[in-house]
Design a protein around this ligand. Sequence first.
Ligand SMILES: [Zn+2]
Length: 58
Amino acid sequence: MHAEASPHTTTTTERGSFALARCSCGWSGPARRSRDRARTDAADHSRTATDPAAAGEP
Ligand SMILES: [Zn+2]
C-alpha cells in the first residue's frame, strides 16, 4: 500500500564542484560537473522507476 503517489523523490546534492542526483528510494546518480546534468539524471530515474516500459525492456 502506497501512501504517497510518488515514492521516488529526487534531489540534487552538491559535492565540491560536482553535483549528483539522489532519490528517496536509495538510488544515486553519477557525479556530474553540471547541476543541470544531475537534474536530468534525477528526472530520468524517476521516469524509468515509475514507468518500467521506459526502462528499456528487451
Ligand atoms: Zn528512486
